[in-house]
Each structure stands twice: as C-alpha cells, then as structure tokens.
Design a protein around this ligand. Structure first.
Ligand SMILES: C[S@@+](CC[C@H](N)C(=O)[O-])C[C@H]1O[C@@H](n2cnc3c(N)ncnc32)[C@H](O)[C@@H]1O
Length: 385
C-alpha cells in the first residue's frame, strides 16, 4: 500500500462512521470483561478488522483505492497483475490450471489476471477466491461480473481451503492483514501484550506471561524490546503446505527477513494503522474505521511449510523487472503522452525503492513444479531468509 507518513491531521470520521465504531468498541469492551479483563492483541485486531458487520474489512466502508484508506499494487496499476499473469501462464499450460487467490480485496487483481490470461489464451479452469469479508466478497463478485461477465462461471468463492490442492495460490497484502500477537521482553522472558480497560474504560496495553507456542516463536531479544509475532500468518502457510500436493504459493507483502525484522533498532515493532492515506501507530483509535497491519517476517513464512521448497524471495521491483514490466511499458509509445505518462507513473510507484519497489517483497514456495518459477532469475535473496 502507498501512503504518506503523516500523523498530524487525521480526518475526523462522520457521525455515522463513529456510531459504527462505538458499537464495535462496546463489543470488544464486553469481550474483555467476559475474559476477566484482558484479551490478546491478536483477538483485539481480529475483532477490529473482521467482527461481522462492524470490523474494518467487514463493514461497508470504502477501504481500498484512491478514495479509501490505502492503495495496493493491483489497485494502483494493471501492470502488476499483467506481469503476474505472464509468470504463471507456463504453469497453467503445464496442467496446474487452478488459481486460488486469498484475500482478493476489491477484486482488482482477479480481473486483471483473468483478462490477461484470456489474452494469452491460457485461462485457468477455475479461479477460486478465499475471502473472509462478506462485504468484500460481494464487491469482488460485482466487479468481476461487470468487467468479465463471460468468465464469471469460472470464479468460485471458498469458505475454507480445500483439503487437497493442485493450484497456484496467490495473495497480495494478505499476510500483513492477519492478526498478530504482540510481545515485550521483560526480565529476559517474552511477555504477551494484550488489551485491558483502564480506569476510564478506554483500551490500554497490559502484559501477561506468553503462552508456550508464542514464547517458542519469539527469538532472543534485548530487554524491553517490543514486536509482533505473526502466528496466524504462519498457521495459514502451514495449512497450505499440508494441503498443496502440486503447485505454487506466491505471496506479496511488505516485510523483511528475520534479521531485519528483529533488528535492534526496530524495538517498537512494525504495527501500523492507516486511515484515509494517513499512517499512525495507535490501534485503539476508532476501531473498525482504520486498517491495522504489521510487517511480515518472511523467514518465518519460509519455515512454516517444511513440505514445500523455497523457490524464490526478492523485492517487488526485482520480480516485476524480471517478469518483463518494461516490455509491457514499451507496448505504449512514449510519443503517445496521454497514454504513456500515467502508465510510466504507475510503473515508477511499483518499482521505486522510495515507494513500493523495495519494502514490498515476494516469496515463492512450491511442490512438484515443472521448473523454477519465473521472476527470480536475477536478484534472488532466498539466502537471506
Ligand atoms: C489489505 S487487503 C488486500 C486486498 C487485495 N489483495 C489487494 O491487494 O488489493 C487484505 C485482504 O485479505 C482479506 N483477508 C484477511 N484475512 C483473511 C484470511 N484469513 N483468509 C482470506 N482472506 C483474508 C481481507 O478481507 C482483505 O480482502
């Protein structure tokens, strides 16, 4: 997602939006009271983002795109999905003719991928979407129906991962949207940071001993260090690894290898909130009206599915360049300024190290593929994980 790093002038939500947020606050408040006064931050984040009808991704607000809270790569430009389509087309030709997209947002990537694969005469037999938000499911359906009505019958929505998978599984900015556990190192031990109600009834942080799986997933860190542990993201990758009999996993997100994620200077973690293109770090502000995310520890992702082979890890810019984004740009003559200029500006955002090119990474894991996946021929950084 792209956003300016501003914290000062957060736009005030409308009265209707605040009323929804107050309902969600009341729901979280009641859960804290029922749970003896403390819930894990992961549970808070799950409710703030996904509580049915009230959470950020479950209620009907605009969220993605220029008029929403942030812009993702497939929203920004069809170039992203067109490059991806060209990378996966050979796998579809080799018989892995199923795509499963996790967390499809507004449906932008699904539309671009299907249109480009149709143009390449390489359509998958099925395009399945696993989406937790009922509201976004409806939007995906409407968008695909409007853009590609003839292809709608190939698209299905899943409630859970299939038990056995022969598929190309893709996800853009899904891992960063999964609930994270927060920890703080106290007296050399991992403590879990959870959410309580303070004397005025407002949400506040409080520690308790980390449960064994959380303590085991926490590396050795200095006293007072705070960070996030993405147990849900790891569990999702583990689940796919157990089910994938043949195929590829391709996940794009912002994040780092473990040695950078847990860098001594990153001692307050990576939690971030986004509201109307403003970024700040207070997850207790207006629950349900802002996105809450954490960066991805790609070393943990790579380790989470031991059944799968790590096939590549690199920056988004390197992946898109390896995949031929410059050839796609060259299809429009630079002399055609009205068409070329916006296209070039989109490519610049996707590729520039100051925008999405370097912070965003792509990781590929797979099993029984016909050859190495395209996109990692130059600049593979798998050795850093
Ligand atoms: C930041 S948005 C990204 C949307 C889209 N992929 C894009 O790039 O524009 C995160 C998406 O993941 C979905 N999501 C969150 N948890 C999920 C899960 N466990 N399984 C499937 N989708 C999930 C959200 O509802 C939302 O559609």
């Amino acid at each position: 997602m792209t956003f300016p790093q501003e914290n000062n002038a957060l736009p005030q939500p409308s009265a209707d939006a605040l009323a929804v947020s107050h309902q969600l606050e009341a729901l979280i408040n009641a859960e804290i009271r029922r749970n003896s006064g403390w819930i894990s931050f992961a549970r808070y984040m799950e409710l703030a983002l996904y509580a049915p009808g009230l959470g950020y991704y479950s209620a009907g607000s605009r969220k993605l795109g220029a008029a929403g809270d942030f812009v993702t790569a497939p929203e920004l430009s069809p170039l992203f999905g067109r490059v991806l389509a060209r990378q996966i087309a050979p796998l579809i030709s080799a018989g892995i003719d199923n795509i499963i997209e996790l967390g499809a947002g507004s449906g932008a990537l699904a539309v671009t991928l299907l249109a480009e694969l149709a143009a390449l005469d390489c359509l998958p037999r099925q395009y399945r979407i696993l989406e937790v938000s009922a509201d976004l499911r409806e939007r995906q359906q409407a968008r695909i129906a409007a853009a590609l009505p003839a292809l709608l019958p190939r698209v299905q929505w899943l409630d859970r991962l299939p038990e056995r998978m022969f598929a190309i599984v893709i996800g853009n900015e899904v891992l960063d949207a999964l609930p994270v556990h927060r920890i703080r190192i106290v007296d050399g031990q991992a403590q879990e940071l959870g959410v309580i109600l303070d004397a005025s009834g407002r949400f506040a942080w409080a520690c308790r001993a980390a449960f064994p799986a959380l303590a085991a997933a926490t590396p050795e860190l200095s006293e007072g260090y705070e960070t996030e542990i993405g147990l849900a993201a790891q569990a999702l990758i583990t689940g796919i690894g157990q089910r994938l009999e043949r195929g590829l996993l391709l996940f794009f997100d912002y994040g780092f290898p473990a040695h950078e994620f847990f860098h001594p200077q990153r001692d307050r973690g990576t939690l971030m909130c986004h509201c109307r293109h403003h970024a700040h770090d207070n997850p207790f502000l207006w629950p349900g009206l802002q996105d809450i995310t954490a960066h991805v520890d790609f070393s943990a992702v790579a380790r989470a599915a031991p059944q799968l082979e790590l096939l590549g890890y690199t920056s988004q810019a390197q992946y898109l360049i390896n995949g031929g984004i410059t050839d796609l740009l060259a299809e429009v003559p630079a002399s055609d300024v009205p068409r070329y200029a916006p296209f070039a500006a989109q490519a610049q955002k996707l590729l520039s190290p100051a925008e999405m090119g370097e912070l965003f990474k792509v990781i590929a894991l797979g099993r029984q593929l016909p050859g190495p996946p395209a996109g990692f021929a130059r600049g593979d950084r798998s050795h850093t994980l």
